[in-house]
Design a protein around this ligand. Structure first.
Ligand code: 26W
Length: 820
């Protein structure tokens, strides 16, 4: 097998070892002999940063001096994963690192493991932002990621004895963090509160408090592009570090209060996905990072200018709004242009509406943020005035277009009355140039349902950009064995920056030798995962079983409950003797999922899965042929280890609910087959890999709608329970205490919901889901057939590279490209 040819950097392993020694001695003050794995990690990271420094500076200069428009990716979340391996790969030092670290007497894997994974995101939306900035840098496009450096990322998940989720704080900055560079000189003032007064015929905001936004800069190295972009994450600090007057009165706690309040803003990532909470602190966070970023961009692109010509701003940078979270940026840029730089309304509007674009990442109406006008008024009174004025202009514009009154009422950005509120998705749609969904089906549903009125009034604004994932992290780094085989098969590693090249593997699906090697790689990955899971979780997993995985946030619409009910049904059949355990395909089912801390139904599902795992894994009746594992604290590291080892991936959301999914892409690219519904990007994956290489089941969007129309969610589900004995048996087993040591109350809410409501139609899809399992089993019994299908999944999934997504954004939305 040919070795992967990492891009060679001009230095040798020996030189790299010397650089690590130098860091250890002169920066960290430890001798080579004393150095722990963690010390070597910090030293290696610092050395890598130094290697990137020239390219980073050059990229910034070229961006400021050239005339290539930049992209500002505004996102409340960046779920980056560990940085060291990725940086080594992109800068071409992977091999030197391994040799150098061995020479220093350390195991490279232990050094890599010493990095603490930052969890500055909830799930798909945050990870997409991380993939996108990797692709932007790899394509050489000048770009900033702008976000928040939360002190506490997504909570760490543990399970208690009863199998319940327990959340503990994730203080990721506990140890030295070598990647972020804090740059006090680029701080920005961010104001809040107060009132707006009339002065010389002008509206003037008199804020009542302010915080200092301090940027922490992360380098974003492109793969083989020689370009290094910037991820600028803001952290909040107080201006009044110490209120001396109060302190002199010896009221110590009061004296530090302003500091505590200010630092609260970037203290914690909200762990809710899907359902926003209208909390003041959340709005403060949003305004905090967006205001700082806008001012930062003006300073970057008009350095040292007191009176910059900001009519050119949209030619300098376009801001992408990653969901509604940064949408307050629209009134903020209006305010900056009018109040701070003296532009008239129309000029300001022309600049603003050309600067922003909006990506929607959801289909759940409850996930579209709506802020109470009172809250915005109290925190940002001038912005509320501007929003009202935008709304007035909008309403007039619609009336002039002949839109009827009723429709205009439905579309209002600002709704009057007692519960006056601001709809951020509508503000974003009106205030920006383009709106996009994240998969074909999702973009279509946005136009047809969620934002239909807007699509009727502004059809040209709407477009689609199907999501993608970075092949560097999720193929090359996560799956080196398969990557080597691909490189061998294609005779080049150019696929890593042009993933459509994987198409070249299609003929190899008929090469028995190649398919056999492919199956061996999968088996080796499974054994490697068994070792990893033993070390990390103490699990004893049998690698000679089908690895069947469902990893994603825990949400009812994603339907982890469908999967666990299917497992329970099989278990029940084994117990009752209906199913001969020796006749089934041995299977290991993996779950990974965090639930929002306040989401009761999701938490009950977690508890159920854990207890099914406990009961099934310990029952001699299953003879180890059916097992369930739920490694806690699902994160990027676990994804990188589990995805390459997976045979069968679950993408079983109710049709019309998952905007895209990106896990589905990672699995297909790593040679797992998918069992899935026609939802999100599953539709496009199936089109590309071929219907015959995808296990499709379940209702379509239209069938789901028809069932709602027939009042399914008001008692309709019960019929399925009564008519399908497999389903009845499984639900009864949950209800009768089998998975709660006899207690019938534990899963009461779940069971009641299934039988009376079941909004996401788990029961209605259960039969089809059980039926497809037969096809899955018989396919798996033919290992070469399965492996051939897996090869075709890999070969035809090159489209799902985030490089392609970014190319689409460049062409359809940003209209810019690489630096000259
Ligand atoms: C707290 C409010 C809130 C609301 C929605 C927080 C976060 C969200 C996100 C939109 C949730 C999210 O992560 N959406 C996912 O975005 C991915 C990237 O586009 C898609 O692949 C997923 O289908 C979508 O659920």
């Amino acid at each position: 097998m040919t070795e992967i040819t990492a891009p060679k950097s001009p230095i040798s392993a020996e030189q790299f070892a010397d650089e690590i020694r130098e860091q250890l001695k002169y920066t960290q003050g430890v001798t080579e002999q004393q150095a722990t794995d963690a010390d070597v990690y910090v030293a290696a990271a610092s050395a890598v940063r130094r290697h990137l420094m020239d390219a980073w500076m050059q990229t910034q200069q070229d961006m400021i001096n050239g005339d290539t428009k930049a992209v500002g990716y505004l996102s409340a979340e960046f779920l980056m994963g560990k940085q060291l391996s990725n940086a080594l790969l992109n800068v071409g030092l992977t091999e030197q690192f391994e040799e150098a670290v061995k020479n220093l007497g350390h195991d490279p894997q232990n050094v890599i493991d010493a990095e603490y994974e930052p969890g500055l995101g909830n799930g798909g939306l945050g990870r997409l932002a991380a993939c996108f900035i990797d692709s932007l840098a790899s394509l050489g496009v000048p770009a900033f990621g702008y976000g928040i450096q939360y002190k506490y990322g997504i909570f760490k998940q543990e399970f208690d004895e009863e199998g319940k989720q327990v959340e503990t704080p994730d203080y990721w900055l506990e140890n030295e963090e070598p990647w972020g560079h804090i740059d006090y000189g680029r701080s920005q003032r961010v104001n809040f509160g107060g009132e707006v007064v009339e002065e010389n015929g002008k509206r003037v905001w008199k804020p009542s408090w302010a915080v200092r936004a301090v940027p922490v800069d992360y380098m974003v190295p492109g793969y083989k592009s020689g370009r290094v972009n910037t991820l600028r994450l803001w952290t909040s600090k107080s201006y009044d570090e110490f209120d001396l007057l109060t302190f002199n009165k010896s009221e110590y706690l009061d004296a530090v209060r302003p500091q505590v309040v200010a630092e609260n803003i970037s203290k914690i990532l909200y762990p809710e996905d899907s359902t926003p909470q209208g909390k003041a602190l959340r709005l403060e966070q949003q305004y905090f990072f967006v205001s700082a970023s806008i001012h930062d961009a003006i300073r970057v692109f008009y350095p040292g200018q007191d009176k910059p010509d900001l009519t050119t701003f949209p030619q300098k940078i376009n801001f992408q709004l990653n969901d509604t979270h940064p949408v307050i940026g629209i009134p903020e840029l209006m305010r900056v242009l009018i109040d701070e730089y003296g532009y008239d309304w129309d000029t300001a509007w022309s600049i603003t509406s050309k600067t922003f674009n909006y990506t929607c990442h959801t289909l759940l109406p409850e996930a579209l943020e709506v802020w109470s006008a009172d809250l915005i008024g109290a925190l940002l009174p001038r912005h509320l005035e501007i929003i009202k004025k935008i709304n007035d202009q909008f309403v007039k514009e619609l009336a002039a277009q002949g839109v009827d009154k009723k429709q205009i009422e439905r579309m209002r950005i600002y709704t009057d009355g007692k519960d006056a509120s601001v709809r951020m998705a509508y503000l974003a749609t009106y205030g920006g140039s383009h709106v996009n969904g994240v998969a074909e089906l999702h973009s279509q549903l946005l136009k047809d349902v969620t934002l239909k009125d807007f699509s009727d009034a502004y059809p040209d604004k709407f477009t689609n950009v199907t999501n993608g994932v970075t092949p560097r992290r999720f193929v090359r780094m996560a799956n080196p064995r398969m990557s080597d085989l691909i490189t061998e098969g294609l005779g080049t590693d150019a696929w890593m920056s042009d993933l459509e090249k994987l198409q070249g593997l299609v003929p190899l699906a008929d090469d028995a030798e190649f398919v056999k090697k492919f199956a061996e790689v999968k088996q080796a990955n499974k054994r490697a995962f068994v070792d990893f899971a033993k070390r990390k979780y103490g699990f004893e997993i049998n690698a000679d079983t089908m690895f069947n995985t469902m990893v994603k946030r825990l949400h009812e619409y994603k339907r982890q409950s469908l999967k666990i009910l299917a497992v329970i049904s099989t278990y029940a059949d084994i117990k009752s003797g209906k199913l001969d355990v020796d006749s089934i395909v041995p299977r290991t089912v993996f779950f990974g999922a965090k639930s929002a801390p306040g989401y009761a139904m999701a938490k009950e599902t977690i508890q159920l899965i854990n207890n099914v795992s406990r009961v099934v894994n310990n029952d001699p009746a299953t003879k180890g042929k059916l097992s369930v594992y739920f490694p806690w604290n699902y994160n990027i590291e676990l994804a990188e280890n589990l995805i390459p080892a997976t045979d069968l991936d679950e993408q079983i959301s109710q049709a019309g609910k998952e905007a895209s999914g990106t896990g589905n892409m990672k699995f297909a690219l790593n040679g797992a087959l998918t069992v899935g519904t026609l939802d999100g990007a599953n539709v496009e994956i199936r089109e590309r890999v071929g219907a015959e290489n995808f296990f499709l089941f379940g209702m379509t969007v239209d069938e789901v709608d028809a069932l709602y129309a027939a009042d399914y969610d008001h008692g309709g589900s019960r019929r399925y329970y009564e008519e399908d004995p497999r389903l009845k048996q499984a639900i009864d087993m949950v209800a009768d205490g089998t998975f709660s040591e006899g207690d019938k109350k534990t899963y009461e809410n779940l069971v009641n919901d299934w039988l009376t409501h079941d909004y996401f139609m788990t029961l209605a899809d259960f039969g089809a889901y059980m039926d497809i399992q037969d096809e899955i089993e018989s396919t798996y019994r033919d290992p070469m057939k399965w492996a051939r299908m897996a090869v075709l999944n890999v070969a035809n999934s090159g489209y799902f590279s985030s490089d392609r997504s970014i190319e689409d954004y460049l062409e359809r939305i940003w209209h810019t490209g690489p630096l000259a």
